[in-house]
Design a protein around this ligand. Structure first.
Ligand code: PHE
Length: 340
């Protein structure tokens, strides 16, 4: 009896310590300690022993039972730990792995340039003003000294909605709205879309952008205009940029000028960008015509002013080295991405 218990114990212990899963361990428990298990069978066979030997045998079997129960509990704890370690390893999430970044948008090159220009003029004390894209003939032409039969109307092929209402062909309409509302001193900058019935090509588009500037006060002269535009040109084309005024004609300014900046690409020697001239045309400007001041209720003997109109699309193309207006308006993502 003692011998069989020892053999069973040793065998079982070996199986317990080598078993690899909790379910195998359970099988062993049932096979050895269960109701019909091997040790239980030995316990039952005690009834065949002579009565005086039974207590001793009972002790041996119970000791074996306790020993095996402990071995099973210990192995169970080991196996649970192993299983937990394995699960932690398998289910680990690598938070260091690179994710696909969400696509993020950026500003359109025209918006970038518009912002830079409005920031620059704000810093000089200009007020940024909006004015309507749908205008009346009066604000777009009449008040700007361009009466109905004026040949200058032909310079701007206008989209008329009715005989009197049109899509503004120039942001200059905003000058009139400002001067009607605000008494001098006035320092206004007004960026916006303008419309002309042009066929779209590399240098034309039926929709484009202007930035209008207007300063009206006592004693404003062309020197003030020159000073501001020099600062502007130096800010956007580089410190050593010079400007030159060429005589021109606009009905709402007198005198009128076309303003060139020295070419920042070649420094004035002549290159592809400036088409060999050393100069790049950047805007139209002039001293506000007396008639315009008068139309807006401002006394031209008391006040003078200057105005300028920048072609935003042109400036944007020059600054970013874009060679066609089309590219700017097509909004191909591959093009726009470069400005992110
Ligand atoms: N409005 C003019 C144009 O569209 C530009 C300009 C503005 C000229 C202000 C002089 C003064 O061509």
């Amino acid at each position: 009896m003692e011998e069989s218990v020892k053999i069973l114990t040793d065998e079982s212990e070996a199986k317990i310590s080598s078993c690899a899963t909790i379910s195998d361990l359970n099988d062993i428990r049932v096979r050895v300690l269960g109701k019909n298990g091997e040790l239980t069978a030995l316990l039952k066979s005690m009834k065949d022993l002579p009565p005086e030997k039974r207590p001793q045998a009972g002790k041996i079997v119970n000791a074996a039972r306790e020993k095996l129960e402990q071995a099973i509990a210990a192995r169970q704890a080991e196996l649970e730990q192993i299983e937990l370690d394995k699960r932690l390893r398998d289910e680990k999430i690598d938070i260091s792995i690179d994710m696909r970044q969400p696509a993020s948008g950026g500003l359109h090159p025209l918006t970038i340039m518009r912002n830079r220009i409005t920031e620059f003029f704000s810093s000089l004390g200009f007020v940024i003003a909006d004015s309507p894209e749908i205008e009346t003939d009066y604000y777009n032409f009449e008040a700007l000294n361009i009466p109905a039969d004026h040949p200058a109307r032909e310079m701007q092929d206008t989209f008329f909605i009715t005989e009197n209402i049109l899509l503004r062909s120039q942001t200059s309409a905003g000058q009139v709205r400002m001067m009607e509302k605000v008494k001098p001193p006035i320092k206004m900058l007004s960026p916006g879309r303008v419309f002309r019935a042009d066929e779209a090509d590399a240098t034309h588009s039926p929709v484009f952008h202007q930035v209008e500037g207007l300063v009206v006060d006592k004693g404003i002269t062309m020197c003030d205009l020159k000073g501001i535009l020099d600062l502007f040109a130096q800010k956007f084309f580089g410190k050593n940029t010079k400007t030159r005024f060429r005589p021109s004609y606009f009905p709402f300014t007198e005198p009128s000028v076309e303003v060139d900046a020295s070419c920042s690409q070649c420094g004035g020697k002549g290159c592809r960008v400036c088409k060999g001239t050393g100069w790049i045309e950047i805007l139209g400007a002039g001293m506000v015509n007396r008639n315009v001041l008068q139309n807006c209720g401002i006394n031209p003997d008391e006040y003078t002013g200057f105005a300028f109109g920048v072609g935003l699309d042109r400036i944007t193309n020059i600054i970013f080295g874009i060679n066609s207006l089309r590219t700017v308006f097509e909004n191909d993502v591959r093009f726009l991405k470069q400005f992110n």
